[in-house]
Design a protein around this ligand. Structure first.
Ligand code: PMP
Ligand code: GLN
Length: 383
């Protein structure tokens, strides 16, 4: 057995979703919308199924989807890419992350990670023999500690893994922060794996891709997810944009991991990516409204809700209600007694990097308004 993998605990998302199911709780834990994505995109996938789109797709993706990803890079970030050689379609951003890390990392290479971090990052880096160097954002405010970040880079640094808009904090990295990171990449001749699955889910704070900054075009692997951009998380269609020599190696990793992604879904995602500005504006406006609704409700019951500029998530400080319980214990109680499930934020920290904060819960607001309201009502009635 691979001891590292065998020792890996069940993901917190599965643990909390199962607990929600057992207790009939409203699930504001795992980040998935509780309504279907756009009907026309689903219809496009159904049509493609009946249109002889059921054998292996080309390894790097259907030409029409690669063209749509390239177009979307130009349209939203002014990044010009060659759809033939610089785009690889993957089975979800999760596979895109794995394939990108596989393309870059050799045993002993260091990877800079920013904490709190998405749960797959550390195990993936470690499986490849990479050495994580974790830099913790400062709370409150999720400030990037620039000195600590600079000190985390060294001659062995191969890459930084950067998630903006960020899960679980809702932070959108500013142009100034990105410029600082770009400077470090140049100084240390390193790459960036840019997890931008929430690229279209920002609220009044525009998303800027690191890849769009000067000299970053050749150093970045930029990852997107149809699951997030079209509220179809079960589809698991992702895409990597990278300079041709890097994309070719990502494709080799993809060849061995999955080989090809379902063609009907690819065709529908290509259709989705070509939607007009109004679609993307409505997607973020709808989520901004839900964020506001949930945040106001949680404040109303006495929680201290932190600002959120993007993603599916708000964080709340539970200190006023928790009676000294830590986030895990309080999250359990909230599920079992109030009937509302969340994710304890300590799950996004690596304990060996210092004691994690235990006073924060992550709430997903990508749910119907009535569901968000009911969740608030339940917490109110309980406490
Ligand atoms: N990165 C981040 C930051 C995420 O929150 C998620 C989960 N939604 C993923 C990657 C994985 O995306 P996908 O479902 O497309 O694999
Ligand atoms: N990205 C989702 C979240 O953060 C979870 C996806 C998963 O369960 N792997 O909630």
């Amino acid at each position: 057995l691979n001891r590292q993998l065998a020792a890996l605990p069940t993901t917190i998302f599965t643990v909390m979703s199962e607990l929600a199911r057992q207790h009939g709780a409203i699930n504001l834990g795992q980040g998935f919308p509780d309504t279907e994505g756009p009907h026309d995109i689903v219809q496009a996938a159904a049509d493609a199924l009946l249109d002889q789109r059921n054998q292996y797709a080309p390894l790097t993706g259907l030409p029409e989807l690669r063209a749509a990803v390239a177009h979307s890079n130009a349209r939203f970030q002014r990044i010009v890419v060659d759809p033939e050689s610089e785009v690889v379609v993957t089975s979800g951003a999760t596979e895109a992350l794995a394939a990108s890390l596989m393309a870059l990392i050799e045993p002993g290479d260091e990877v800079v990670l920013i904490e709190p971090l998405y749960d797959t990052y550390l195990p993936m880096v470690r499986q490849l023999g990479g050495v994580p160097r974790i830099v913790r954002l400062e709370h409150p405010g999720w400030t990037l500690p620039r000195q600590a970040l600079a000190e985390a880079f060294c001659a062995r640094t191969k890459a930084i893994l950067l998630n903006t808009p960020m899960n679980p904090t809702g932070k959108v990295f500013s142009p100034d922060e990105l410029t600082f990171i770009a400077g470090l990449l140049k100084q240390h001749d390193a790459y960036a794996i840019c997890d931008e699955v929430y690229e279209h889910l920002t609220f009044n704070t525009p998303h800027l891709s690191l890849m769009a900054l000067p000299d970053m075009r050749e150093r970045c692997l930029r990852i997107g997810s149809a699951g997030k951009s079209f509220s179809l998380t079960g589809w698991k269609v992702g895409y990597v944009t990278a300079p041709a020599p890097l994309a070719a190696v990502v494709a080799k990793a993809h060849q061995n991991l999955v080989f090809a992604t379902p063609p009907n879904l690819q065709r529908a995602v290509a259709y989705g990516l070509n939607k007009d500005e109004r679609y993307f504006a409505e997607l973020s406006a709808d989520l901004a409204h839900k964020r506001d609704l949930l945040s106001a409700g949680l404040r109303g019951v006495g929680l201290d809700v932190l600002p959120c500029q993007g993603s599916y998530f708000v964080m709340a400080d539970i200190t006023p209600l928790a009676n000294g319980l830590d986030d895990m214990a309080f999250a359990r109680l909230l599920t079992e007694q109030a009937g509302v499930t969340t994710i304890p934020a300590s799950a996004f920290y690596e304990p060996s990097n210092g004691a994690p904060p235990t006073h924060l819960l992550r709430f997903a607001f990508c749910k119907q308004e009535s569901v968000l309201q009911e969740a608030v009502n339940r917490i109110e009635a309980w406490h």
